[in-house]
Design a protein around this ligand. Structure first.
Ligand SMILES: [Zn+2]
Ligand SMILES: [Zn+2]
Length: 368
C-alpha cells in the first residue's frame, strides 16, 4: 500500500506568495487526510497533484488562523465541484473544542450549504496546554446549539488517563491518536499508526510439508492454525516470516513543548515526525515566548522519540524557499536544517526541510 505526505503550506502566521499557510496531506490508497487548513489551502491544492474532493478526513491542530482560516472556503469549493454521481460521503473533522462552533457560524452567516454531510469531533484540552488567557470560555463555544443543516453530531473526545492520548479512531489499516502540546492556545499533535502486517509465507517450507498454493495458504496468512490430511498441525508462526512493522507518521501542531508522556510514547520510532521550527536557534527566547520551537527544540523531540526522519516546517515568512533566496544577507532556511542536524549528531535521524508541494513517499518497511 503506497503512502505519502505532501506539504501544501510550510509558512507560519499568514500565507505569502512564497509559502502557503499550514496544510499537509497524508495519502494512502483510498484515503486522503488533510492536516491543518490555513488560508489559501484550496488554491495550493489546485496547484498540486492532489484533488480536494478526495479529502475524507481533516485534522486541525489548533484554532489559530494560519491553521484554520482555509477550512470553510475549502469545504464550500469542494461542495461546488462535487460530482452529482459521487456518493455524498461524510467528511469527519477533528480538532480542539471551539472548532464545531467556528465552522457552524462561518457556514451559517455566509449562507453556505454543502452537498455532503460533515461532523466535527472535538478534543477536550487540559488546562495546562496554554497560558490561562489562551483557554476559550464555555460561553463562547456553547452559544449555538442547533446543528448546521449538513452537520452530523460529532463526538467529544477526552484525554485517556492511561495512555495520556486521545484515541480519535481505529479503522481497517490505521489507529489515529492525538496528543497534547503547549502553545499560546490548546494545540495538538497527531499520530497515524499503520497496523503491522503478517510476514510472507515461507513457500519453501510449505512445499516441504506437501502444501501447494491454495485456500490453506490464505488461512495461514490470516493467522489460522491448520491441520493437514496426515493429521499434522501447522501453526502460522512456523511458516510465516516475521511481521512487517506498520508505518508511523506524526504531525505536530504549533508548540514550544510536548506535554506528558503520551506524545513521546505515541511518536516513538516514527518513520516521519513533522515538527514546526518557526525561528532559528538564535531566536529561541522569542520563539518560546510565542509558543513556538527552534530546530534544536524539534531535534530534541526527534532524539527522544528515536524517529527515522525529522521534517521541519511552519517557518517564519522571513525564511524564503532555497530557490528564491537571492543573496547571502537574507535569512537562510538551510541554516535551520543545519541546526537540527547538529543537534541530532550521533543519531540515525535524518533531517529534511519541507517546502510547498514537496511530496515525501513513506516506503513499506522490511520485516524485523
Ligand atoms: Zn501557526
Ligand atoms: Zn499557533
Amino acid at each position: 500500500m503506497s503512502m505519502d505526505l505532501t506539504f501544501l503550506g510550510t509558512g507560519s502566521a499568514y500565507p505569502s506568495p512564497h509559502r502557503g499557510a499550514s496544510a499537509v496531506v497524508l495519502r494512502t490508497e483510498g484515503e486522503c487526510w488533510l492536516f491543518d487548513c490555513g488560508e489559501g489551502t484550496q488554491t495550493q491544492l489546485m496547484k498540486s497533484q492532489l484533488k480536494a474532493g478526495k479529502i475524507n478526513k481533516i485534522f486541525i491542530s489548533h484554532l489559530h488562523g494560519d491553521h484554520l482560516f482555509g477550512l470553510p472556503g475549502l469545504l464550500c469549493t469542494v461542495s461546488l465541484n462535487y460530482s452529482p454521481t459521487q456518493p455524498p460521503n461524510c467528511v469527519d473533522i477533528y480538532g480542539p473544542v471551539g472548532l464545531r462552533h467556528f465552522l457552524r457560524v462561518a457556514l451559517e452567516l455566509s449562507g453556505s450549504q454543502l452537498v455532503f454531510p460533515y461532523a466535527v469531533h472535538e478534543l477536550e484540552p487540559t488546562g495546562d496546554q496554554c497560558p490561562p488567557e489562551g483557554l476559550l470560555s464555555p460561553t463562547v463555544t456553547q452559544s449555538s446549539e442547533s446543528l448546521h443543516p449538513q452537520e452530523r453530531p460529532g463526538r467529544t473526545i477526552c484525554l485517556e488517563g492511561e495512555s495520556d492520548c486521545y484515541l480519535l479512531f481505529e479503522e481497517k489499516h490505521f489507529t489515529v491518536k492525538a496528543f497534547r502540546l503547549f502553545h499560546r492556545i490548546p494545540s495538538f499533535g497527531f499520530c497515524v499508526q499503520e497496523y503491522d502486517r503478517p510476514g510472507r509465507l515461507n513457500t519453501h517450507l510449505l512445499k516441504e510439508l506437501g502444501l501447494t498454493p491454495g485456500p490453506l495458504y490464505g488461512q495461514l496468512k490470516n493467522g489460522e492454525t491448520i491441520t493437514l490430511e496426515n493429521g499434522q498441525v501447522v501453526k502460522p508462526s512456523e511458516v510465516l516470516e516475521p511481521a512487517i512493522p506498520g508505518r508511523k507518521v506524526c504531525i505536530f501542531g504549533d508548540c514550544s513543548s510536548l506535554l506528558g508522556e503520551g506524545g513521546l510514547k505515541a511518536c516513538r520510532g516514527a518513520d516521519i515526525l513533522v515538527h514546526e521550527a518557526t525561528l532559528a536557534d538564535g531566536f529561541q527566547e522569542r520563539a518560546v515566548e510565542h509558543g513556538h520551537s527552534t530546530p534544536s527544540m524539534a531535534a530534541a523531540v526527534a532524539r527522544s522519540c528515536e524517529v527515522r526522519r525529522l521534517v521541519l516546517y511552519h517557518f517564519s515568512q522571513r525564511y524564503k524557499p532555497v530557490s528564491l533566496q537571492k543573496d547571502s544577507e537574507e535569512d537562510d532556511v538551510l541554516e535551520l536544517q543545519r541546526q537540527a542536524e547538529d543537534a541530532l549528531k550521533g543519531t540515525a535521524t535524518e533531517v529534511s526541510l519541507a517546502e510547498d508541494f514537496l511530496t515525501l513517499p513513506i516506503p513499506i518497511k522490511r520485516s524485523n
